[in-house]
Design a protein around this ligand. Structure first.
Ligand code: G3H
Ligand code: ZN
Length: 287
């Protein structure tokens, strides 16, 4: 099945696909082990910085190699891509999907750029799925000391149904990531904001295409369940993976101060990430 078919299938079954970001091999292996254990499809995401670190061709090759090893469907998304040139680069490289993110721009400019991104990506690969983003939810997958500036969080600042409909009609995106009370990153001292489920429902009706929920780290379990029922069919998690990676590496280093074998030190990171992935995938897939 193609990614498009798998997302449509998830929509019909009232479940969501898990999208997890990676910067290196340990997280990739942990995520795929988790997906394989539960026998569910999975999307691997690499933002511009993440894929620059691994290498674009190397990321594609790694995912291809794992597809031969695992029986679950594995897809690759070029997450948060900010330039049209970068869209073309990943479309040529063989990514299954790309998120063109001009969400910080005013709506008209966001529409103009995203429309161009869709055209350029589809010329190079008619099967690639292009996602657009509307409403700004911050840019960093990290522990936040305070809410990011200029984000759309209050209901009055979230995109309206009319704006969503206009965005989808004019850009022709396949998937839409709207701001619905979600933020990128985890707040250090207080829980992350709750999702605005009424807006999810409203935007799903207006968009009439699959909705993607970004900023999944720190979202309450029940909010995920209700948001999926309201129309979310893919959910992105990154900060929780990064936190588990760091904790695992620190634990591995502390366990034996003389240890120098990376695969022994990194085993705690792999286990920690896998635990997060299993937990999230169970919720997303209603298991
Ligand atoms: O695209 C990546 C996600 O939106 C990750 O957000 O770091 O808050 O989980 P997060
Ligand atoms: Zn995101």
């Amino acid at each position: 099945m193609t990614l498009k078919q798998i997302i449509e299938d998830a929509e019909q079954r009232g479940i969501a696909l898990g999208h997890f970001n990676i910067s290196e091999f340990v997280a990739l292996k942990a995520i795929l082990e988790g997906a394989s254990q539960l026998n569910v499809p999975i999307i691997i995401g690499v933002s511009e910085g993440e894929r620059e670190f691994i290498g674009i061709k190397e990321t594609v090759a790694l995912v291809r190699a794992f597809r031969e090893e695992y029986s679950v469907p594995i897809f690759l998304n070029a997450d948060h891509t900010h330039s049209l040139e970068a869209v073309e680069e990943v479309a040529k490289a063989g990514f299954d999907a790309v998120l063109f993110d001009a969400s910080k721009e005013p709506l008209e400019k966001n529409i103009k750029l995203t429309k161009e991104a869709v055209l350029r990506a589809k010329i190079l690969n008619p099967n690639i799925l292009v996602e657009g983003e509307i409403g700004y939810i911050g840019a960093s997958s990290k522990i936040l000391q305070e809410l990011p500036k200029d984000i759309s969080l209050e209901e009055k600042d979230l995109p309206t149904a009319e704006e969503v409909a206009e965005f989808v009609q004019k850009t022709k995106v396949d998937l839409l990531a709207p701001a619905v009370g979600n933020i990128h990153g985890i707040l250090a001292n207080i829980p992350n904001p709750r999702l605005n489920i009424k807006k999810v429902r409203e935007m799903k009706q207006a968009a009439k295409i699959p909705l993607v929920l970004h900023g999944g780290s720190g979202i309450a379990d029940d909010d995920f369940r209700v948001a999926i029922k309201a129309g979310i069919s893919t959910i992105h998690i990154n900060t929780e993976i990064r936190v588990a990676w760091r904790k695992g590496v620190e634990m591995g280093l502390k366990r034996n101060r003389d240890e120098v074998a990376p695969y022994k030190i990194l085993s705690s990171a792999l286990e920690g990430i896998k635990e997060i992935v299993l937990n999230r995938l169970r919720i997303f897939n209603g298991l």
